[in-house]
Design a protein around this ligand. Structure first.
Ligand code: NAP
Length: 270
């Protein structure tokens, strides 16, 4: 598996394996700060998820999900102290329709990532922060994840019984004094906990929460060269906000000719 670098310099036949690992994202934030990064795979027409006619749920279309991109998804997770996600993943896990187990994968294909984390002094697995107002998080799915610390960041007025049930299964629930979790509050929380790298793996709503508050630092975007159409879909971002500028940091063309891997710095809102 190889890729070509198109930017910043042209280079052919670079191994895909360990393409992103040398970024060392866990070392990038200054002391007392955190680097927050997101990652998506999208079709040429911008779809990251389509509604499944049978389950009525949104999911990543099988026509774009692929192992080569998944390898990079895993490499980004390997560099994370913590991953930020939504309750949706746990609901899908509970219904047996999650795309995969949360990274970092335990399969032989990702064994190098576990070794790398240990060498870098990182915990076996990144911790998890779930952002949720409803607290509709199946307890069984939470209990199945015993290998990492799980936080839930929730809002003012969150259901007290539900908070207690989550705490009883070992989740640390943090209730913020606002009706929505704000990006700045999330970032402050990560810094308070000493996290230096945070990988956001949720969808467009949490992406908006981060981008609207100017706290996302880096976007990784795989563009799969397919056109999917459909009327019911998600893109990487939804919701009103001021424009956010980005700057291309790297661009690779996959040698299979089916996708490209881009990395953008998010510029500060002016
Ligand atoms: N192709 C890709 O690379 C890719 C990557 C990620 C996701 N996806 C797809 O995108 C779709 C949507 O993903 P998603 O549901 O995880 O993401 P999302 O749209 O970011 O998350 C939605 C949920 O997060 C909670 N939430 C978001 N912002 C909040 C805030 N400011 N305060 C409190 N709670 C907040 C709410 O949860 P509660 O309802 O619990 O309150 C909300 O229902 C899925 O189909 C997924 O497969 C695709």
């Amino acid at each position: 598996m190889h890729v070509q670098s198109l930017f910043p310099k042209h280079q052919t036949n670079i191994p895909l394996k360990q393409l992103y690992l040398p970024l060392c994202l866990h070392q990038e934030a200054k002391a007392g700060d955190v680097l927050i990064y997101s990652n998506y795979i999208a079709s040429l027409d911008g779809r990251i998820a389509l509604r499944d006619g049978q389950t009525n749920e949104f999911s990543v279309p099988a026509s774009i999900g692929n192992k080569r991109d998944w390898r990079l998804y895993q490499e980004l997770a390997a560099q994370a102290d913590v991953m930020i996600t939504s309750a949706r993943y746990f609901r899908q896990l509970d219904q047996g329709c999650a795309q995969d187990l949360l990274p970092v994968g335990q399969e032989p294909d990702y064994a190098d990532l576990a070794v790398w984390r240990a060498e870098e002094g990182l915990k076996l697995q990144p911790d998890i922060v779930i952002v949720s107002a409803s607290l509709d998080i199946p307890l069984a799915a939470i209990q199945s994840l015993q290998d990492r610390r799980i936080w839930v960041l929730t809002v003012q007025g969150a259901d007290a019984t539900r908070c207690k049930q989550l705490e009883d299964v070992g989740v640390s629930v943090v209730q913020l004094s606002a009706v929505k979790v704000q990006g700045k509050a999330l970032r402050d929380f990560l810094i308070e906990q000493g996290y230096r790298s945070a990988y956001m793996i949720a969808g467009p709503a949490i992406h908006h929460t981060l981008l609207a508050d100017g706290v996302l630092n880096r976007l990784f975007l795989t563009t799969h060269f397919s056109l999917l159409g459909q009327n019911d879909f998600h893109t990487i971002l939804q919701g009103d906000m001021a424009p956010v500028m980005t700057e291309l940091r790297s661009l690779y063309l996959d040698n299979n000719g089916k996708q490209m891997f881009a990395q953008y710095d998010i510029k500060e809102n002016k």
